[in-house]
Design a protein around this ligand. Structure first.
Ligand SMILES: NC(=O)c1ccc[n+]([C@@H]2O[C@H](COP(=O)([O-])OP(=O)(O)OC[C@H]3O[C@@H](n4cnc5c(N)ncnc54)[C@H](OP(=O)(O)O)[C@@H]3O)[C@@H](O)[C@H]2O)c1
Length: 289
């Protein structure tokens, strides 16, 4: 049994990690900004510690007694400093292993902003002296929820991927993989894993899978990247994410990072979910009655 601290504990990925860790006897600690927003975690037996990743002084004591830490920062321009703060606080707390949320293709010369920001933090963790593991997940299947309304109301999936394919991954599989690493980190020390779904799929296949799940034909209508970013900005997406999405969509449309990896199955022993399973499990969100 380990004491495992998770940052981003109320967010999508860390919630999936927590779900996968529950019941295995670990002492789970969620680092949250606002405990009032995390009462559901507390009710599930997760200890809450309070701190803001942007402000080092608020988290300097948060990692005391922690064996393994999961470090995730939200995708904003502050991510490199938040990651740096979390890493330093983990070092101060004597954490024995850190596992870091990066992103597919993260590199100093990556063709998109978010991947270049992640590369800064990947490099910092590699030089920190703390045993570490980095996971680099591909595009989340759950991002397809941004198209749920037009799928439900117009039976149309508008997306800016042209006829390219990408091995998108279900967040639940990221959660299971990260949980397995956190529970037994030593064999994963110094390793970086790109996490993908089981196959690279085009948006025509995604539309067909959702159509099968909801019981009607869903059309895929490719749109220009600029048009999709405009739509996302109208949905309230901030400037950093608009630029990141523009760059991601442009590079994915050109076939960037389309290769499938076996990391999910290798680490968890269970094959990653395909888009068909994702569509069936979330058919209600896509308009199934
Ligand atoms: N979407 C994709 O396809 C994709 C693919 C690969 C990698 N990624 C990476 O995934 C990560 C995002 O994960 P996610 O989707 O799980 O994020 P998310 O759902 O937006 O959750 C972010 C979490 O961070 C917390 N948080 C925000 N600001 C904070 C602060 N200043 N101090 C402490 N906690 C703070 C939030 O807590 P509050 O409740 O306080 O707001 C929330 O728990 C990013 O690194 C992104 O680059 C995304």
């Amino acid at each position: 049994m380990s004491k495992i601290l998770l940052t981003g504990a109320t967010g999508s990925v860390s919630s999936a990690v927590i779900r996968s860790l529950q019941g295995a006897g670990h002492h789970l600690i969620g680092l949250v900004r606002d405990p009032a927003k995390a009462q559901a975690l507390e009710a599930q037996g997760v200890e809450l510690r309070t701190g803001d990743l942007s402000h080092l002084r608020t988290i300097e004591g948060a990692f005391t007694g922690v064996d393994v830490a999961w470090l995730l920062a939200p995708p904003t321009p502050l991510a490199p400093i938040q990651s740096s703060n979390a890493l330093w606080a983990a070092k101060l707390g004597g954490v024995k292993h850190v596992v870091r949320m990066s992103a597919v293709g993260a590199a100093h010369d990556a063709p998109n902003l978010n991947s270049r920001m992640h590369a800064l933090s990947d490099a910092e963790i590699a030089g920190s002296g703390i045993p570490f593991t980095i996971v680099k997940p591909h595009f989340f299947m759950q991002n397809l929820m941004m198209a749920a309304q037009s799928i439900a109301e117009q039976a149309t999936l508008y997306f800016a991927l042209g006829d390219a394919k990408m091995p998108m991954i279900d967040v639940r599989d990221i959660g299971a993989t990260v949980a397995a690493i956190l529970a037994n980190p030593t064999p994963h020390a110094g390793k970086t894993y790109t996490l993908t779904g089981p196959t690279a799929v085009g948006m025509d296949t995604v539309a067909a899978s959702i159509g099968e799940a909801v019981g009607k034909t869903i059309a895929y209508v490719p749109v220009p990247v600029a048009g999709m970013v405009d739509m996302l900005s109208k949905m309230g997406m901030d400037d950093y994410m608009q630029v990141s999405m523009r760059d991601y969509l442009t590079s994915y449309s050109r076939g960037w990072e389309a290769q499938v990896t076996s990391a999910v199955k290798d680490i968890t022993g269970v094959a990653a979910r395909g888009v068909g399973e994702f569509a069936r499990d979330f058919a209600g969100a896509f308009g199934k009655r």
